[in-house]
Structure formats: structure tokens, C-alpha cells
Design a protein around this ligand. Structure first.
Ligand code: F6P
Length: 359
């Protein structure tokens, strides 16, 4: 019987998941291996819900958004809940997973996901499941890799949104607030904010004050700039304040952030008297196909994952350490979110350009 491997995509979707599936499927085919794709993340593993990924199934996947396998960021495996709390996978779930993998004759599993999914993967690996990882998330908050795939595509979307808000803000002499995703890290806000010429960028790593934001707006007015672009990460919060969440906490899933953009916009309008509008970019950031950069790293990551299995280097994941794609232990990528250094070069670049970080 030929060697069989499995692949699953977990957590929130993002551009490039299908490009990874293609790279894994093609690399496996090159070696004469068979690939099973599990549906809806780890849930498919538990329910024996999978399909064989044939060579023909790889057609068009490089540019296709979403994931043909489906995914979920809740369910029976969920180990990250609330504000980043971690739990153990229930023993019964673990035992059933191992039984299914054994019965299917899988040599190993490729797990494609972000912090939550790779935390589950590490627990499975420690319980004896042979697997390798591929780092995904638009949030770019994983340790051990310079970039996760999906991030560049999300930033491209947010930058395009800012370009569009720029022209309408200027026409109406308005303040425009753009709320972007990123959970507890400000990478999307910072990269899109700088690339899209934002005047104020609010990130979770630097708590803000409304006085500081309004001072920046007043300064621009005094210099004849009667419009202002404010980029707010969904996890940004005022000094001494808490995160803004959308809806009540659901069981077996992480807290849903969202709504800070509207709060900030209302406060700016109240304090400055300037007409202010808010735009929440939401899941537009996660939809559509991957950028060229993401297609490249997805392909390199997928090929590396299969090479790791060939070398039986389990418990490792592909990672970008520019200019190389390398293998790193999954445990080095999880447990601690990679956030922006408030004293780092990125923040300094923004400050050098006169961008207000709201502090
Ligand atoms: O982790 C990716 C992400 O898009 C976050 O930036 C965001 O907070 C969250 O997922 C949204 O999740 P959902 O798709 O469940 O609304």
C-alpha cells in the first residue's frame, strides 16, 4: 500500500489555505503518496469525515480563497477560549483521534493553522500523533516565524480600504476611522496604517488616550489638512480600559473582539465637532485569493511540510526566517503571542513620519 498522509485546515480561514493544500497534495503525489483531506478542521478527524485529494483536485487551488476542506474555530478540540486561556484536549477525544489515524493507516498529518490550531497540534503530538505544522493567520501573531501566510493578503485588503477612505475623507473634510482585525496584536493595523498613509494608528500594544488622538487632528487642521485617517486594531483599548467585544462569550471559542472603531469615532466627533465616520473591514480581510507573496510562502510551506514528513521530523512546522523557509519545533511558535514591540523599528518608523500612536 502506498504511503498515506492527511491534511486539515483549522481556525479562522484566510487567503492561501487552498494554495497550501495544493502544495501538499502535489508534493505528496510527486512522491507517489496518497493525501486525505479532513473536513472542518480536527472535527473531520474525529468523525472520519474526509476525502481523497486527487491530482485533478489541485486545479485552480493556488488562487482560490477560503479552504476546500472547510474549517472551524470552535468544536470538540477547542483548547483556546476566553482571552487566550488554554485547556487540555479531553482524553476521550484524544483516544478516538488516535484510533482513527491508526485505522486509516496515516503516516502523518499536516495541520494548517494559527495559534489555537497549532496548540491543539502540539497536544496531539505530545500524545503520540505524528504530525507537522504550517503557520496560518491573518493576525501574524505566531512566534518562530517572521510571517504567517494570510497576513500579507489581509494587509493588502486593508491598505486598499484606506486608499479608498482617503479620497472620500478628503472630499468631505471628515475623520474616517477604519477598524481592522488582528485580535490581540496590531500587525494588520500597523502595516496597513503605514502603507496606506494613516495619520493615527491605534494598536493593542500601545493603549491610547482620546486627548492624544484629538491633538493630532487639531494639528492637522492647523496645517490645512482638514481630514484625518484613523486605523484602529480591533484589540486596541484606551489607557485603563478593556477590550471591546461583540456579543457574549460563547463556549468552546475565543472571545470575539469588535466595536472599538465605533466607540473611537463617536468620541472623536464629540470632542472635535468634526464629522466622523467608521468603516469596519471585518471578514473582507479574510476573503478572496492570496497575494503573490502569500502564494509563494504557502507553496514553500506546503512543500516543506511534506519534506518534514519524508524525514520523519514530526512536531515541527515550516517557518519563514527571511530569506529562508526553515523547520522549527511547533512548541516554539505557540503559547506566547508575537506582538509589536512598542519600542521597535516599526513603531519608530510611524513616529518618524509624524503618525500618532495615540499615546
Ligand atoms: O484570528 C483571525 C481572526 O480573523 C481575528 O483577526 C478575528 O478577531 C477573528 O479571527 C474573527 O473570528 P470569526 O471569524 O469567528 O468572527
Amino acid at each position: 500500500m502506498s504511503i498515506r498522509i492527511g491534511i486539515l485546515t483549522g481556525g479562522g480561514d484566510c487567503p492561501g489555505l487552498n494554495a497550501v493544500i495544493r502544495a501538499v497534495g502535489k508534493s505528496a503525489t510527486t512522491r507517489g503518496w496518497e493525501t486525505l483531506g479532513f473536513h472542518n478542521g480536527f472535527e473531520g478527524l474525529l468523525d472520519n469525515d474526509y476525502r481523497v485529494l486527487n491530482y485533478k483536485d489541485m486545479d485552480g487551488l493556488l488562487l482560490r480563497g477560503g479552504t476546500i476542506l472547510g474549517t472551524t474555530n470552535k468544536g470538540r478540540f477547542a483548547v483556546k477560549t476566553g482571552h487566550g486561556e488554554t485547556h487540555r484536549i479531553p482524553e476521550a477525544v484524544l483516544a478516538r483521534t488516535k484510533e482513527n489515524i491508526h485505522a486509516l493507516g496515516l503516516r502523518a498529518l499536516v495541520v494548517v493553522g494559527g495559534d489555537g490550531t497549532l496548540t491543539i497540534a502540539q497536544q496531539l503530538f505530545e500524545a503520540g500523533v505524528p504530525l507537522v505544522g504550517v503557520p496560518k493567520t491573518i493576525d501574524n501573531d505566531l512566534e518562530a516565524t517572521a510571517f504567517t501566510f494570510g497576513f500579507d493578503s489581509a494587509v493588502a485588503c486593508a491598505t486598499d480600504a484606506l486608499d479608498r477612505l482617503h479620497t472620500t475623507a478628503e472630499s468631505h473634510n471628515r475623520v474616517m476611522v477604519l477598524e481592522v482585525m488582528g485580535r490581540y496584536a496590531g500587525w494588520i493595523a500597523m502595516h496597513a496604517g503605514i502603507a496606506g498613509g494613516g495619520d493615527v494608528i491605534l494598536i493593542p500594544e500601545i493603549p491610547f488616550t482620546y486627548e492624544s488622538i484629538c491633538t493630532k487632528i487639531a494639528e492637522r487642521e492647523a496645517r490645512g489638512k482638514h481630514f484625518t485617517l484613523v486605523v484602529v486594531a480591533e484589540g486596541a483599548r484606551p489607557k485603563g480600559g478593556d477590550f471591546v467585544t461583540s456579543g457574549p462569550q460563547e463556549t468552546n471559542r475565543e472571545a470575539r473582539l469588535g466595536g472599538i472603531g465605533a466607540v473611537v469615532a463617536a468620541e472623536i466627533q464629540k470632542r472635535t465637532g468634526k464629522e466622523t465616520r467608521v468603516c469596519v473591514l471585518g471578514h473582507l480581510q479574510r476573503g478572496g485569493g492570496p497575494t503573490t507573496f502569500d502564494r509563494m510562502i504557502c507553496t514553500q510551506f506546503g512543500a516543506m511540510a511534506v519534506r518534514l514528513i519524508a524525514g520523519e521530523q514530526y512536531g515541527y512546522m515550516a517557518a519563514l526566517r527571511p530569506p529562508e523557509v526553515v523547520a522549527v519545533p511547533i512548541r516554539e511558535a505557540i503559547g506566547r503571542l508575537r506582538t509589536i514591540d512598542p519600542k521597535g523599528e516599526l513603531v519608530q518608523t510611524a513616529r518618524d513620519l509624524g503618525v500618532s500612536l495615540g499615546d
